[in-house]
Design a protein around this ligand. Sequence first.
Ligand code: NAD
Length: 503
Amino acid sequence: MSIDVTNPATRAVVGTISVQTPEEVSVASAKLRAEQPAWEALGPKGRGEWLRKFRDWLLDNESHLIDVLCSETGKPRTEAALEIMVICDGINYYAERAPKILAEESIRPAGLLTASKKLTKIYRPHPVVGVITPWNFPLLIPGMDAVPALLAGCAVLVKPSESTPLSALELLRGWREIDAPPVLAVVTGLGGTGAAVVDNVDIVQFTGSTRTGRLIAARAGERLIPCCVELGGKDPALVLADADLERAANGIAWAALMNSGQACISVERVYVEASVHDRFVGLLTEKVGALRQGAETRPSDIDVGAMATPAQAEIVRTHVKDAVARGAKVVAGGNLVDGGAFFEPTVLTGVDHTMICMTEETFGPTIPVMKVRDADEAIRWANDSEYGLSATVWTRDEARGARIARRLEAGAVNINDAYVNLFCFGLPHGGWKSSGIGARLGGAAGMRKYCRQQAVTTPRIPLAKAEVMWFPYSPRRVGLVARILRLLVARDLSRRVGRSAGR
Ligand code: NAD
């Protein structure tokens, strides 16, 4: 069976992929497993050299990669270019740090009991990592997740979304063109192919919907393999009365509408203090109304691109329709365009939490704005969500913004900015509540999560033929050991010299 890949902006067929069977996935995984030990043996420096060559290939092929990325998503070239740069930046960040992050750690014995041992903590890669990805950032997400895994010494099996598989196949083409060891593979297909990946790898890094994330976490639980699931969001923006409203309107318009709002961390709802509500809405409406939308014919002749799929456009339409039916006002946009290829950048006012546009993930170019009494009320509504991916706070008082961040139930909070935590590789990107388990990136943790920790003890002193607590037990030796242990663990004299209860 095969699937046509279409450009959502033009509906042209831009590629065809096969739906790979569980047997094919199993074969792909077995091949990776066979190649992984040699890759691990290269060490972090050797692997870093390959990743740096790969970075150069990405940069040398930028224009073609952007073509492919835009052809399957209908997004503006500017946004596509960003995906490549973030992967390259991630390679630089992790390749430089991998030797230190993966270095064996010497652990000081914590007490006299183990003082005769040399203790070492070792990071050993999970042999095969399954990276399952969605359609919204088809190059960035597989790239960003594969990089630290490859550098950690793992082999990586990528399963891209069936809607946008071509960019991940380009990554594979690049890996092969630089003649890197065959420790990266891509399998294509629908959910069944993804499920087969979960069944054939040693750890899963999943990005996608909360619904699929739950299925994957359940299956990973059955197989007793670790999984990290990066899921949906309903990110709030809090606009306080003292905010720079011009910056807030510009920032929120971009953060809500970039990639046509089809980003897990896009702003999906806005709470504005009553005293500045009307001014903010005026500015936001003006900015949103000026955006250019359509199929890009020349670089940067549009700001907002297509909806990835007609089904996604339909969800957005349903959310807007529901809001209007419950009393919301459309002050910009509000319509499907070109039979559902596009959805107009939309601003809604008079919204509340009875409307699905404020409670369910819309994943489209809508900005519902709700008037609130004060910051406390904004925080309450912001936390009134099953999701907890990220949030933004807009205020001139940055210290107050930072205090508010500590009251928000979200994996990341950007003050007077949006998205930026994702580009700070030292910070984790992960969701709370139904937005996920675990996190990607986050400095050393973002690479060590692809490793199993191994504890090794080595004697420091010559050994007797048997340890005092080995068989056979004798009352005299057991008594002696008990007295020594008591001496070591008790923290006051009477307990040090006393006898154990019951003896
Ligand atoms: P999706 O869950 O439908 O699909 C994601 C991937 O999972 C696809 O490759 C799909 O084929 C595969 N899949 C489907 N069923 C599967 C199964 N049973 N087992 C294994 N794999 C299976 O998600 P989508 O519609 O492609 O993406 C949109 C969602 O992704 C949104 O909810 C968005 O918020 C989320 N997302 C989250 C992040 C994040 O970092 N938190 C980033 C981007 C997107």
